[in-house]
Design a protein around this ligand. Sequence first.
Ligand code: HEC
Length: 320
Amino acid sequence: MLLMKKSGLMICMRMALATGICFVAASLVMGEQPSPPTSGMALLSIPSLPNAHRLHAKVISGGQPDGDAGFQALHDLGVRTVISVDGAKPELALAEKYGLRYVHLPHGYDGISGQRSLELAKAVHDLPGPIYIHCHHGKHRSPAAAVVACIGAGYLDHQVGLEVLRLAGTSPDYQGLYKVVASTGRCDELDAVVVDYREAVEVPPLATAMVQIERTFDNLRLIEAAGWQSPAKHKDLTPQHEALLLREHYTELMRTEEVLARTSAFRELLKSSIANVRLLEEQLRRQPKNATEDDLSKRRSESLAVIHHDCRHCHRAHRD
Ligand code: HEC
């Protein structure tokens, strides 16, 4: 093992250890076989499939398909399998409506475990394609998962992995994602990997709450873009209600065992996020005399920016 300098081999070994598979022929993997073909990545530019990029003839990475239009677009592209790598519950009814199979293989922003990397590679190799791999925005987790899967399955060259992340816009802040891509290698033992392909798996309460928090926060951004009114396309969203929901999601989270077991510094961050959402709620409720519409909008936007800052601050300290 000491002789194996190539990181690609190391990941195969890491994966092998994680799954109990013996990679006897691991030395063949990187050195003595011809490189798999590299593929030029292409942006698909389909509005209902955010940041969708084709990495390989069989594999597309992108964001959450946007409702009916998104799943219709997948169908039109000929996609047959959809792999979700985030914590949100997959949209099974829509997938079924368009004849698509869902497979849920979630991972965090801090990296992809050896076991999960193998499962992704095996899924991409074995399941009917084209395959659409998505997370929420299609910028961070899905490109990393798609690259790891493609390299593992031998569809992408090891060297292009990091380039693909940069092209997809994966933030360098997610060091764990960059690391896993940098150290991943082709695995020739996929036949021995057993994957439990499930259309939806249970995700821990913290990650589930975060999915809701992100959705509500995104709604507040839409409301902000509409001048702090219900957006024309989403009349169901009202400013005060969305701010209230955001606070409720945070408050609910405070009560979970998972958060109670965390450090006090973590809980303090949650508390200050709640206080900042309260401030926005107040600014949405009260209309101080003498304040112009512009002033009001500006203050609300400042509060939303502080709330956003809280997300990033906590993620940097406790997640990524
Ligand atoms: C007090 C800390 C904290 C704050 C504040 C916070 N987060 Fe998180 N967030 C986390 C942690 C920790 C995780 C990782 C959870 C896991 O994977 O177990 C996470 C995960 C996530 C995820 C990934 C969920 C998934 O699919 O697995 C999203 C999306 C997210 N946060 C969005 C947000 C947004 C948007 C905000 C602000 C409006 C925010 N978070 C505020 C701590 C925080």
